[in-house]
Design a protein around this ligand. Structure first.
Ligand SMILES: Nc1ncnc2c1ncn2[C@@H]1O[C@H](COP(=O)(O)OP(=O)(O)OP(=O)(O)O)[C@@H](O)[C@H]1O
Ligand SMILES: [Mg+2]
Length: 268
């Protein structure tokens, strides 16, 4: 057993394997030192709109004049580049370089997989390794914000990211549906347990006043950052590689309001 300092606190009698995690965190922290803020977009439930929220938050911030990076951390089903209409496959040359897509620096494991029809299957230890490699070997340069599209689930992949990276916090995504809200609460509790701040909830695919967002906010004691109405145009835009907030004023207003409500602990 070892004595270690974690987050400024002295921990007596920790398992020695914690030293690995601490070293990895330190390496990654140095690697990402040019990035002012790191925000994860997360829900344990699939298909609730995480990728859509991550992409549109990133482009809203970029259109406000910030330097923004977008990391597709969903290594099983990486969709960010598909949503942005980028299907080019590149050879992984180290250090990895994000691709400039309409002013946002984006990177995804999807860029390095040669056949979009093949399933991507990572075993447990590979997940952690892959994610670490991504963080340790990507050259972001200076950024105001890095938005991370986190994978669904509460297992290896999201867990590794929350452990390895010092996130400013996560934005939870839910739909109005009860099941989605229950899973978003579960996601928030997992993040809290790992010491990751909850920045608020976005309810998406909203119809009317019924609201999974309020339920999540109440259960976790966080704010509803905003509601994105159910809008069939989201599918049309993503299928044609267009970014909704750059195309549609109503959607842009919804995301601007979310960004304006976003408070990063210790910043403003
Ligand atoms: N507000 C909305 N109104 C209607 N459709 C939407 C809305 N937001 C997202 N969608 C659509 O819902 C589907 C799922 O969205 P998205 O891929 O962003 O979810 P996800 O949580 O990232 O899914 P996964 O867990 O598979 O990564 C997509 O087809 C997207 O275009
Ligand atoms: Mg997704």
């Amino acid at each position: 057993m070892v004595d270690v300092e974690i987050g400024g606190q002295h921990v007596h009698g920790a398992h020695p394997s914690i030293l690995n995690v601490i070293n990895q965190r330190k390496n990654i922290k140095e690697k990402l030192s040019g990035i002012k803020h790191r925000i994860g977009v997360y829900s344990a439930k699939g298909g609730v709109g995480k990728t859509t929220v991550a992409i549109n938050m990133a482009y809203t911030l970029s259109s406000m004049g910030y330097k923004v990076g977008l990391l597709d951390a969903d290594i099983d089903t990486p969709n960010v580049m598909l949503f942005l209409g980028k299907k080019d496959v590149v050879d992984p040359v180290y250090p990895l370089k994000p691709m400039d897509v309409m002013g946002v620096r984006a990177i995804s494991t999807g860029m390095y997989v040669d056949d979009e029809k093949k399933p991507i299957i990572w075993r447990g230890p590979m997940v952690g390794k892959m994610i670490r490699e991504f963080f340790e070997n990507t050259e972001w340069g200076d950024l105001d914000y890095l938005i991370l599209d986190l994978p669904p689930g509460t297992s290896d992949a999201p867990l590794s990211i929350m452990q390895l990276l010092e996130l400013d916090g996560i934005v939870l995504v839910t739909t109005p549906q009860k099941t989605a809200a229950t899973n978003a609460v579960r996601s928030g509790l997992m993040a809290k347990r790992l010491g990751v701040a909850l920045l608020g909830v976005v309810e998406t695919m909203s119809f009317d006043k019924t609201s999974g967002g309020s339920e999540v906010a109440e259960a976790l004691g966080v704010e509803v950052l905003g509601r994105i109405k159910h809008n069939k145009k989201f599918d049309v835009y993503s299928d044609s590689g267009k970014v909704p907030v750059l195309e549609d004023n109503d959607i842009r207003e919804e995301f601007l309001s979310i960004i304006n409500r976003l408070h990063i602990p210790g910043v403003r």
